[in-house]
Design a protein around this ligand. Structure first.
Ligand code: TYD
Length: 217
């Protein structure tokens, strides 16, 4: 059977979960076995207007940024990315694999910044108009391990404004993700990202393939 619509898959996790590496490895596996084209993208960014917003949000010099401003900028970037890139690709039967989406705002701004998960959910509803991923892979990693991975991979001068947050911030983010897993059990799936990259990638791949078998050879 040939699928008549694309699918929207998001990858989430605390900093240092290894999302970017897993996504690159997943891309190879999916492209080898999938019947429809794959489109990789990321938030905040993915297209010119949203990349410009991303620069403002993540610029380490923007220390004066208000927390609600930050949440609204993420939602604005999300809106533009969704309408300009994600929805057209789904319409063209593609598998869209997106690095972060609304759950990141719920976890980072809602919990990390203490704006409240429900308040952040509401402003995001204006942006996404009920468009939610078909599947969200949540790469879970203990905060200490995540931060150690970031530190070993980058120089301190390369850390962005959010990487530099304190441990409490990251703990709140992870706790929020775990609460979201309970809130959205059908959509969100837990993956133990403290394991090696091959195991994590394969776990992600198997979840996608099991959930959407008609897209694969
Ligand atoms: P990203 O580029 O995915 O970085 P990383 O590779 O560290 O995951 O995201 C940059 C930062 O933006 C990351 O710390 C999470 C944060 N973020 C939010 O706080 N809210 C959001 O809605 C999104 C999409 C990202």
């Amino acid at each position: 059977m040939v699928p008549d619509k694309g699918i929207f898959i998001t990858i989430e996790g605390p900093d240092g979960a290894g999302k970017s590496t897993v996504i690159q490895a997943l891309k190879i596996l999916i492209e080898e076995t999938c019947k429809v084209p794959l489109m990789l993208t990321r938030e905040p960014g993915g297209i010119e207007i949203a990349e410009q917003i991303r620069e403002v949000i993540l610029n380490p010099e923007n220390t004066a940024m208000d927390e609600r401003t930050e949440a609204l900028l993420y939602a604005a970037a999300r809106r533009q990315h969704l309408v300009q890139k994600v929805l057209p690709a789904i319409k063209k039967n593609k598998i869209v694999l997106c690095d972060r989406f609304v759950d990141s705002s719920l976890a980072y701004q809602g919990a990390g910044r203490d704006l409240g998960i429900d308040a952040v959910w509401q402003i995001n509803q204006f942006a996404i108009q009920n468009v939610m991923p078909d599947l969200t892979l949540y790469l879970d990693v203990p905060i200490e391990l995540g931060l150690a991975r970031i530190k070993s991979g980058r120089k301190a001068s390369e850390l962005d404004r959010l990487d530099q947050e304190n441990i409490e911030f990251h703990l709140k983010v992870r706790e929020a993700y775990i609460s979201l897993l309970k809130r959205f059990p059908d959509r969100m799936k837990l993956i133990d990202a403290s394991l090696d990259i091959e195991t994590v990638t394969l776990a992600c791949y198997n979840l996608i393939k099991d959930q959407f078998p008609i897209y694969f050879n």
